[in-house]
Design a protein around this ligand. Structure first.
Ligand SMILES: [Zn+2]
Length: 341
């Protein structure tokens, strides 16, 4: 008969290393168990913070409709469809348990490859790839484009256009050797321009803007109504920003290359954000352009919530990806196109 004291006696006989292994295992179980409870509660509270909304038609006239599998069901009086607290979230309809998703989120926050995530969570590679983008589609929606205010640094960063994952028949040119980096000089339509703006509170806008060099019109399309009225725009000497700042009636500081003034007006924060982003992206061996926005949002999320401790970040990553109503079906997913803001 096994009881606590006999188990403890057995543990005494183990080596220190084996005891540490047991401790780690127990810790993981306990944390995961309490996380599942906490996540379910947080999703419910945050998703419907302004009252229940129907995930099918956004109707607000909602009634309780009994429980199924111990989960509360609701019915929308408008479209007559039913739903639960998790309907159309990232983990909705998953045959796997929430603790697997938590493990997966932890791998993602460590920036692991699809293969490594698959091994650790014990799911197959295709599922691993699909989970990554299901989570990121929802995280993108959760983060939205955002806004910046005050002293705003703006710049752009380029990634080689990649048709990876596109059928050869739909490709305008033969594919490049994967992961080829493109230097900023000599920008062509073969490069994707990502527009970024960062303020001193850490608010970040990061969106696919266009292919090749951006124009002031493209900048306006992205940033209109997203930069606070009395903001001071700091950029490099790229001409498009001049016209843009003038059109938006923003005070504009142009920072010359290599100039490190003591002044508060500089673009060092955005420069370091870009070098971190480039370094972080290099591990993924050339991301298909249709998924690039998801990677930008992944990095934005990591950046925004970097100060929390790991267990909180893992929990929040799952909570945030389950708040938005953005359920992706496999068939929709394969036909996706890059979205330029
Ligand atoms: Zn409805």
């Amino acid at each position: 008969m096994t009881n606590v004291s006999s188990v403890l006696a057995e543990i005494e006989n183990l080596s220190l290393y084996q005891q540490t292994q047991i401790l780690a295992l127990l810790e993981e179980r306990l944390i995961s168990g309490s996380q599942v409870t906490q996540i379910t509660k947080d999703v419910k509270e945050m998703r419907f913070s302004r009252g229940k909304v129907c995930p099918h038609c956004k109707g607000e006239n909602i009634l309780r409709n009994g429980k199924y599998n111990n989960k509360q069901r609701y019915i929308c009086k408008n479209c007559k469809k039913t739903f639960s607290d998790f309907t159309n979230s990232a983990t909705y309809n998953s045959k796997k348990t929430l603790d697997k998703w938590i493990k997966y989120a932890k791998c993602m926050l460590n920036g692991y490859s699809i293969r490594k995530c698959a091994e650790i969570v014990e799911i197959n590679i295709a599922t691993s790839f699909f989970w990554r983008h299901k989570l990121l589609n929802c995280i993108s929606e959760f983060l939205g484009v955002g806004s910046v205010d005050g002293v705003v640094e703006a710049d752009e960063v380029f990634f080689a256009y990649s048709y990876k994952g596109t059928k050869p028949i739909n490709m305008p040119r033969p594919s490049r050797k994967r992961g080829k980096q493109v230097k900023k000089r000599g920008i062509s339509k073969e490069q994707v321009c990502v527009g970024t703006a960062l303020d001193r509170q850490g608010n970040l806008i990061i969106e696919l803007l266009c292919t090749g060099r951006m124009t002031s019109e493209e900048l306006k399309r992205l940033y209109i109504n997203r930069i606070g009225e009395d903001s001071i725009l700091c950029t490099d000497s790229h001409k498009s920003y001049m016209q843009f700042a003038e059109d938006m009636e923003l005070e504009h500081k142009r920072i010359k290359r290599g100039k490190h003034k003591e002044d508060i007006y500089h673009i060092q924060h955005i420069n370091s954000l870009h070098s971190n982003l480039k370094r972080w992206m290099s591990r993924f061996n050339g991301v298909a352009t249709k998924y690039l926005n998801n990677y930008m949002k992944w990095h934005k999320w990591i950046n925004t919530f970097s100060s929390e401790k790991e267990s909180i970040r893992v929990k929040n990553f799952i909570v945030h990806s389950n708040i938005s109503h953005n359920y992706t079906k496999i068939k929709e997913f394969k036909n996706s196109q890059p979205i330029f803001m």
